[in-house]
Design a protein around this ligand. Structure first.
Ligand SMILES: CC(C)(COP(=O)(O)OP(=O)(O)OC[C@H]1O[C@@H](n2cnc3c(N)ncnc32)[C@H](O)[C@@H]1OP(=O)(O)O)[C@@H](O)C(=O)NCCC(=O)NCCS
Length: 386
């Protein structure tokens, strides 16, 4: 293999690792040309219709659907681990109120690692236990960060509720309706896992050094934060609000495209067809807009979609998971700052599964960069520098 030291010809490299396979996985599969997503071989549409967050998490972590007893035990373990330490709540309270929640939850998950006596144990048994703790505590962290930012009293988890219902309860103090619970549950399912995306890659890069699962998840949260990844959901809704009316859409989109600006919530490295998750979320955004009697956001969103497909659909650019999710959250009265943290709390399942799967085939990641710098520089004493 050539190196930059001996290579005379330009060295090819994959910008953004496009098309590079970095590991084997049996967790999920995407057919980007046909808009197909499978969790452990099962189409996402079937899972969204028939399963729930707890069962799908089990499927992703353990590789198969649970028996009734396995599901009961898994659910009980999640419920038992929902509480977070008071010291963590104190840390969250110390953040300035205008700190973005992704900073808060990244710090919180890292902090939890310091409280776990098994943090350094990388055996599969210990990592499954820690995964359950991380997945169980994540919604409590996200809700606490949101509530504290809003200057309200923290609402402790209610172990009589499902993960989705409990999350909505901790966000507002009110138990959700069956419809709200189902929608939240489905959104969480849709965000659980998505192959070797940037944040998942980040998590396995960290674990490849034999660090620990808390460090891996902390890395992943930092990576998810950016607007090109999980941060797009919040920005997509901000854009819809900024556009204001359906009549403004064409000019906004045409201006953005003419200025090479990205429309948030569109495009994907792997999908060159309609993201199947976006299809499901669009349905929920429509039904919730109708039942809430507020069609303004969905009308703008659907007009953006129409014009984007007309203009750039030919390049394979369609709505992704982040385009309609924000509208759905807003109808569930969830503040915009919490959209990306919610993505993270659900995706913690996929991250944990990939971390454990990668450890079974571990080799440290150590790629190269093509050196384009100087090779004939010399040290100049500070007084002689211009
Ligand atoms: C997801 C994303 C980062 C993928 O990036 P990528 O695979 O590196 O693709 P590129 O940024 O190179 O885009 C390829 C082409 O499509 C265009 N494009 C991609 N996404 C676009 C978008 N959202 N709006 C407008 N044009 C877009 C690019 O301008 C580029 O056009 P060109 O070939 O004429 O220069 C990118 O589509 C994007 O930035 N989307 C918006 C952010 C977003 O929604 N992220 C969430 C992903 S789930």
């Amino acid at each position: 293999m050539s190196t930059e030291a001996t290579e005379k010809k330009p060295i090819d490299f994959a910008r953004g690792l496009e098309g590079v396979h970095v590991a084997t996985t049996a967790i999920s599969w995407i057919d980007g040309q046909n808009g197909v997503l499978l969790y452990r071989g099962i189409p996402i549409e079937e899972i969204a219709k028939h399963s729930n967050f707890e069962e799908t998490s089990y499927l992703i972590l353990y590789g198969k659907l649970p028996t009734k007893q396995q599901l009961e035990e898994f659910d009980a373990a999640l419920k038992k681990n929902r509480e977070i330490p008071d010291d963590l709540l104190d840390v969250i309270r110390k953040f300035p109120k205008d700190t973005h929640s992704m900073h808060v939850i990244r710090t919180a998950i890292s902090f939890l690692g310091g409280f776990d006596p098994d943090a350094e144990d990388n055996t599969p048994e210990a990592n499954y236990e820690k995964s359950i703790k991380i997945i169980a505590k994540f919604p409590t962290v996200v809700a606490a960060a949101s509530i504290i930012r809003r200057g309200l009293e923290v609402i402790p988890p209610d172990s009589s509720l499902s993960m989705a219902a409990n999350f909505l309860y901790m966000m507002s103090g009110e138990k959700p309706t069956a419809e709200e619970e189902k929608i939240m549950d489905t959104i969480m399912i849709l965000h659980i896992e998505h192959g070797m995306n940037a944040s998942t890659f980040s998590s396995i890069v960290t674990i490849s050094t034999l660090a620990d699962i808390y460090s891996a998840i902390t890395s992943a949260i930092g990576t998810l934060k950016g607007p090109l990844h999980g941060g797009a959901n919040e920005r997509a809704l901000r854009m819809i609000k900024e556009i204001g009316t359906r009549d403004n859409v064409r000019q906004y989109v045409e201006n953005a495209l003419a200025n090479k600006q990205k429309i948030m919530g569109f495009g994907h490295r792997v999908y060159k067809a309609y993201d199947p998750r976006a299809k499901i979320l669009r349905g929920y955004a429509e039904s919730l807009s109708k039942s809430r009697g507020d069609m303004s956001g969905i009308e703008i969103a659907e007009e953006i979609e129409k014009i984007m497909i007309e203009k750039v659909g030919g390049k394979g650019i369609f709505p992704n998971v982040d385009f309609y999710s924000g509208l759905v959250y807003s109808h569930l009265n969830i503040p915009m700052e919490d959209f990306t943290p919610i993505f993270a709390m659900a995706r913690s399942v996929g991250w944990c599964a990939h971390v454990m799967e990668y450890l079974e085939q571990n080799r440290i990641f150590r790629p190269r960069a093509v050196y384009v710098g100087s090779k004939d520089a010399h040290y100049v004493p500070i007084d002689e520098r211009k």
